[in-house]
Structure formats: C-alpha cells, structure tokens
Design a protein around this ligand. Structure first.
Ligand code: NAD
Length: 244
C-alpha cells in the first residue's frame, strides 16, 4: 500500500511508533525513524531486513534546530517525504495542585512543540512535491480531558487544533493532515498502571479489551496510503468504542 513512499516516524523506538514502522515496512515504504532513544538504530537495522530502506536518527524532537537539521538530512538521503507521523510523546501525570512547571513545560515541548518542529522541517518539501500526508498522534484525553493529566490533555488537544488548521492551510497543495486519538493501548507508557485501575478501565470499554499498538498502526497505514486521499482535518478514535 505504500510502495515508493518515504515516511518519517517519530518515537519509533518502541510501542505505537515501532508498530507503525513495522506496518509501513510490511507495506513497502522506505523509512526514516526518529527517537530520543538509541534503540531506534536497532529497530532500523531489524526492519531493513524486510527489504526496504530504513535509517534511524537519534534526536530529541522538542529541539527545533535539530529537527530542521535532520529534516534536511532525510530529504538529501531519501529524495522526498510522503508521510510524516508525529508520534513521539511523554506523560508527566499529576493532579494540577501538585503539577510542577517542569512537568507542564516538558509535556508541552515534547508532545506539542515537536509536532510544529517536525512539520516545519518537511512542509516545504511536501509543497514542492504537491503531495503529503501528516499524521499526528493525539489521544482520547485530548478530546475529553482526564483528571491528573491536565498537561498531557492540553498537549493532545493542541495537536488537534494544529492538525485541523494545517488541513485548511495546506489542502490546496494536496497535503493532508489528520490526527489519531488512541484510547488505552498496551505499551510501556501504560503498563505501569496498577492491576485494579486497569481492570476497572477495561469494564468501561465496549470492546472489553485494551488496544494493541497494531490497532493504531492499521489506522496510520490507512491515513498514509492513497485509500484516504479525500480525508483531511479529521480525528479518528481508536479506542474500542469508549464514550469521550
Ligand atoms: P512509549 O512511551 O512506549 O513510546 C514513546 C516513544 O517516543 C519512544 O520511542 C520514545 O523514545 C519517544 N520519545 C519520547 N520523547 C521523545 C523526544 N523528546 N524526542 C524523540 N523521541 C521521543 O509510548 P506509546 O504508548 O507508544 O505512545 C506513542 C504515542 O501515542 C504518544 O504520543 C502517546 O501520547 C500516544 N498515545 C498513547 C496511548 C497509549 O495508551 N499507549 C494512548 C493515547 C495516545
């Protein structure tokens, strides 16, 4: 489904980002994988065995200058960019009364500013190509809010505003911009939750199970591919049907 396309995926060292990288490689995309963790270099080596070109880049996506530098390098290396998946994200959960300024700033920088940074790094290339698909990882809590996650929810709601604005700004250039809002997905980010919290949570999910990273990767594949060529400015929930 992605034959001949070049995709950049941030936060690709593990979890949802890694699952998206695997899914895209299976569908023949060439990949530039980014993460703050050096593990991304191993993931790149592993996926290259599937017969596609994969290069890993270790950087902090909240650093604007590094993103512009790496964006240039990727365009030189691959010659084009068809898909950007802004997936890197962190949590620093706490009730607002206890939330520090550092907790707030870290989450907004890594989750929201990074989306600006990476989009700026590739948009001129997409405009030259007159095509592109930008996929931003939001969250159901960016739509519905969540106690203890004011910083995270604000960053994910910000991503939705950014995604919809970009769709309006770049639609005439044939560049699409969509967001995915996952619910509870089984990754390192969520596995620290206590068993009772987890059990109670599952009872609120109509499909009665947590999501797998692959459930999100399937939607990313759809949004990256030409099957979604008339879809832009949308937020697609991948949440097992929970009410938001
Ligand atoms: P994860 O913690 O397993 O993986 C996050 C990835 O982002 C890692 O590869 C990490 O190295 C990378 N990363 C973190 N900070 C970075 C930085 N500053 N620069 C570059 N890379 C950085 O998380 P996950 O569960 O796979 O989540 C992926 C995305 O999906 C996040 O944006 C998260 O907010 C969102 N999400 C997850 C869930 C869930 O239930 N797991 C639900 C909704 C939304």
């Amino acid at each position: 489904m992605l034959e001949g396309k070049v995709a950049i995926i941030t936060g690709a060292a593990r979890g949802i980002g890694k699952a998206i990288a695997q899914k895209f490689a299976q569908n023949h995309a060439n990949l530039a994988l980014i993460s703050r963790s050096a593990r991304v270099l191993e993931v790149a080596d592993e996926l290259q065995k599937m017969g596609v070109k994969v290069v890993g880049y270790q950087l902090d996506v909240s650093d604007f200058d590094r993103c512009q530098q790496i964006g240039k390098q990727i365009i030189e290396e691959f010659g084009r960019v068809d898909v950007l998946v802004n997936n890197a994200g962190i949590t620093r959960d706490n009730l607002l009364l206890r939330m520090t300024e550092q907790d707030w700033d870290d989450v907004i920088r890594v989750n929201l500013k990074s989306v600006f940074n990476m989009t700026k790094a590739v948009m001129s290339q997409m405009i030259r190509q007159r095509s592109g698909s930008i996929i931003n990882m939001s969250s159901v809590v960016g739509r519905g809010g969540n106690a203890g996650q004011a910083n995270y929810s604000a960053s994910k709601a910000g991503i939705i505003g950014f995604t919809k604005s970009l769709a309006k700004e770049l639609g005439a250039r044939n560049i699409r911009s969509n967001a995915i809002a996952p619910g509870f997905i089984e990754t390192d980010m969520t596995k620290s939750l206590p068993e009772d919290v987890r059990k109670n949570w599952i009872q609120t999910i109509p499909l009665r199970r947590v999501g797998a990273p692959e459930d999100v990767a399937n939607v990313a594949l759809f949004l990256a591919s030409d099957l979604s060529s008339y879809i832009t400015g949308q937020v697609i929930n991948v949440c097992g049907g929970i009410d938001i």
